[in-house]
Design a protein around this ligand. Structure first.
Ligand code: KG4
Ligand code: ZN
Length: 335
């Protein structure tokens, strides 16, 4: 069973091809990073136009990489949400056209679920029940995946997503876009204990988090130094800021897993590419005797393989879409 997956929810035009749910045959990404970099963030109209230009060549490239043609596919899967509406529409419209022209089933994929399910390409079938931390540019939540494969939300950020916080602080201190990898790099030369930034809601009863106060604290710290005519050590700022985010994610996710009796934790989404987050989770899960599933970095950030993998699961379960499939910019992960 071959499934082609199309991902256009944000700023990567990406196409993956997966065979029999678990084998990656192709994973091609046409990145728009250079287009958005001058603006310091994703410009939705620019993203949609760039998807339109890049999508068909990217599909061709993926087919060549997999050594097959569209007629060999068993389904066309596409991210239908959440994401930028114009960007999503480009992918969904193209997928519908291909499905119709080649008489293939169409499968609508939830981008957030796909971030979790991509792990099956490297680790085999996920074995629920498990906990998943889904951390990306627009989303930060802790969910439980039940034995029936359904997600139940345990907690989420009440304000900024983790990736959004990384990107905003990176921009404030003059690093490039996207900011997460830049902070990750700079933080390696800094001391994570240098500055005691706040960890909001760390010890409350919920699994929710708040990251906007942390962002404000970093900005206030830098402005205070500036007013005093002092130069900040930006590596220490990056390391201490990153440590505060990572602390909150580790503490809340592990507590949720423990309380819910979940023995495995999956890290998913672009921020799961963060080296400190990966290392701290590895230590904490080992200490607590929990299994940890972390996809390799190229499968954490947005890609087409994740859409093909999730689409293959849906196809295997008989869940296919009609040609009137719509897009939902706010599609939730759970429910
Ligand atoms: O999942 P993703 O590729 O796109 C969305 O679905 O949003 O996540 C993108 C986010 C961006 O905010 C980016 O800065 C962040 O993931 N990110 C990182 C790292 N790599 C990507 N954040 C921290 N450390 C990284 N190494
Ligand atoms: Zn994503």
């Amino acid at each position: 069973m071959l499934v082609l997956g199309i991902e256009t929810s944000c700023d990567e035009t990406a196409v993956g091809i997966v065979e029999d749910r678990f084998t990656l045959r192709a994973n091609v990404i046409a990145s728009q990073v250079d287009l958005h970099a001058p603006y310091g963030g994703v410009v939705p109209e620019v993203a949609a136009r760039a998807h339109l230009e890049a999508l068909l060549p990217t599909i061709d490239h993926a087919l060549v990489e997999a050594g097959c043609g569209l007629s060999d596919m068993d389904a066309i899967a596409v991210t239908s949400g959440p994401g930028l509406i114009g960007a999503l529409l480009v992918g969904v419209s193209a997928a519908k056209g291909l499905a119709l022209a080649h008489d293939k089933p169409l499968v609508g994929v939830n981008h957030l679920r796909a971030h979790v399910e991509v792990a099956q390409l490297e680790f085999g079938a996920l074995e629920p029940p498990l906990a998943a931390l889904v951390v990306s540019g627009g989303h930060t939540s802790i969910v439980a995946m039940g034995a029936d494969g359904r997600f139940r939300q345990l907690g989420a950020t009440i304000d900024d997503a983790a990736g959004e916080a990384f990107d905003k602080i990176a921009r404030f201190i003059g690093l490039g876009y996207p900011g997460g990898p830049e902070i990750d790099r700079l933080a390696r030369q800094g001391d994570p204990a240098a500055i005691d930034f706040p960890r909001a809601m760390l010890h409350d009863d919920s699994y929710d988090m708040s990251l906007s106060g942390l962002k404000t604290a970093v900005i206030r710290y830098l402005r205070k130094l500036e007013a005093a005519g002092q130069e900040p050590d930006l590596a220490d700022v990056a390391a201490s800021f990153q440590e505060a985010i990572v602390d909150v994610q580790v503490v809340k996710t592990l507590r949720a897993a423990r309380d819910e009796g979940l023995e495995r934790v999956v890290l998913a989404g672009g921020v799961a590419a963060n080296s400190r987050l990966r290392a701290r989770f590895a230590d904490a899960c080992e200490r607590e005797g929990l299994g940890l599933v972390v996809p390799s970095i190229p499968l954490c950030t947005d890609n087409g393989a994740m859409v093909a993998a999730s689409g293959a699961n849906l196809l295997a379960a008989g869940t296919v879409a009609d040609l009137d499939l719509g897009v939902d910019p706010n599609l939730p992960l759970a429910g």
